[in-house]
Design a binder for this molecule. Structure first.
Ligand SMILES: Cc1cc2nc3c(=O)[nH]c(=O)nc-3n(C[C@H](O)[C@H](O)[C@H](O)COP(=O)(O)OP(=O)(O)OC[C@H]3O[C@@H](n4cnc5c(N)ncnc54)[C@H](O)[C@@H]3O)c2cc1C
Ligand code: SF4
Length: 328
């Protein structure tokens, strides 16, 4: 690991000043440090090389879960373990409880924060190899495109074909959560879906969160009679990233689907909102015919690479199973 400086500010303003290029004390290459489970791994592998870590855990930033009836606010520093076990999350937002419970391992979930989970970098094996200057790291091509791409994107890929690794992000998108951010210009609130964009052109990152912004908190709107779930397929039972995942939310009016959200994980560079599947569901009568239509529509536009076509039937099956479970 390369040498780096360390700061532990006591206020959000001090953190932001250290992250903002050109402000007093800033060096332009500082990164916020939360649980460190992703950032420190990348630094040990010499893939991330910040000159300073700005520890954000002692500045009084939102941490923990606050019930603000009828919704819920989850601080950015809340650990995945706190979310997974919280009674209100389990009762009203099961997709979020289930997604956190299947992420990583129990030990990691005790330190991994929800903000860090959303902002973790891709798990692409070329990206994580310090000897490979792939496109996302500033190189001129993506070796995964014609190389080993078993775990890569089947939707929305190119120029980078890595998948977004978070289980939690699809759940938050399906629950219509908002994110509160703070940067040098003040605070802004955006839908969680708006935190992500496939890397392109000069933006070789998967997030639209500025490098001088802090993700303060997430706000979940009222569940409003919705049911939700998160299903994940892995190549072993625990401690694996999603080969495919689906967060589904349905609000039924009698036997009719009044509202639907289908968000896929592990198949695209961002949590993938399956708009065609949602359209196929809304207004439809709940039942196997609607679930089949939605499962097929969810993969509209899929373009598998040489080694990952298996993700198509996998993702379809997860969508079907998730919908069945919500309507019974
Ligand atoms: C072995 C292993 C298995 C894993 N398996 C899974 C899995 O199955 N599913 C899954 O979803 N995840 C998985 N993960 C990822 C894990 O959940 C993340 O590493 C963790 O949530 C990151 O949180 P952290 O607090 O440790 O973030 P850090 O490592 O501290 O930070 C991660 C990134 O977010 C930035 N950051 C952190 N907090 C903020 C903030 N508040 N505002 C702005 N920027 C911030 C940091 O600067 C850094 O760029 C796994 C990780 C490991 C190591
Ligand atoms: S998929 Fe993305 S991260 Fe992986 S090698 Fe290609 S450009 Fe790099």
């Amino acid at each position: 690991m390369r040498p780096f400086a360390y700061a532990s500010p006591r206020t959000a303003d001090e953190i932001i000043a250290l992250l903002t290029p050109g402000s007093a004390g800033a060096d332009g290459a500082s990164r916020p440090l939360a649980g460190g489970t992703d950032l420190l791994t990348l630094m040990k592998a010499d893939v991330a090389t910040p000159s300073r870590l700005v520890d954000i855990k002692r500045a009084g930033l939102p941490k923990g879960i606050e019930e603000t009836p009828p919704g819920l606010v989850v601080g950015g520093l809340t650990t995945l373990a706190q979310i997974e076990t919280h009674p209100a999350v389990r009762a009203r937002y099961p997709a979020l409880a289930e997604a956190t419970a299947v992420a990583a391992t129990a030990q990691l979930r005790n330190v991994a924060t929800v903000a860090g989970n959303l902002l973790q970098r891709p798990r692409c094996w070329y990206f994580r190899n310090p000897r490979i200057a792939c496109w996302l790291k500033g190189g001129d091509h993506c070796p995964a495109r014609d190389g080993e791409n078993q775990l890569h994107a089947i939707l929305g890929g190119g120029p980078c074909h890595a998948v977004h690794p978070s289980d939690v992000a699809p759940a938050l998108v399906a629950l219509d959560a908002d994110a509160r951010l703070r940067g040098p210009g003040g605070e802004r609130t955006v839908p969680v879906e708006g935190l992500f964009a496939a890397p392109e052109g000069g933006r070789r990152r998967e997030t639209l969160v500025g490098s001088d912004e802090l993700l303060l908190a997430l706000r979940l709107p009222p569940a409003d009679g919705s049911r939700s779930t998160y299903l994940k397929s892995m190549d072993r039972k625990v401690w694996a990233f999603a080969l495919a995942g689906v967060a589904a939310r349905l609000r039924l009016d009698g036997r009719r689907v009044a509202e639907a959200r289908i968000v896929l994980g592990g198949v695209a560079p961002v949590p993938w909102r399956a708009h065609e599947a949602e359209r196929a569901l809304e207004g439809a009568e709940a039942g196997p015919a609607a679930w089949d239509r939605a499962a097929n529509a969810a993969l509209t536009g899929a373009a598998p690479l040489r080694h990952n076509a298996y993700k198509l039937p996998l993702a379809r099956a997860l969508v079907r199973r998730a919908l069945e479970s919500l309507a019974t």
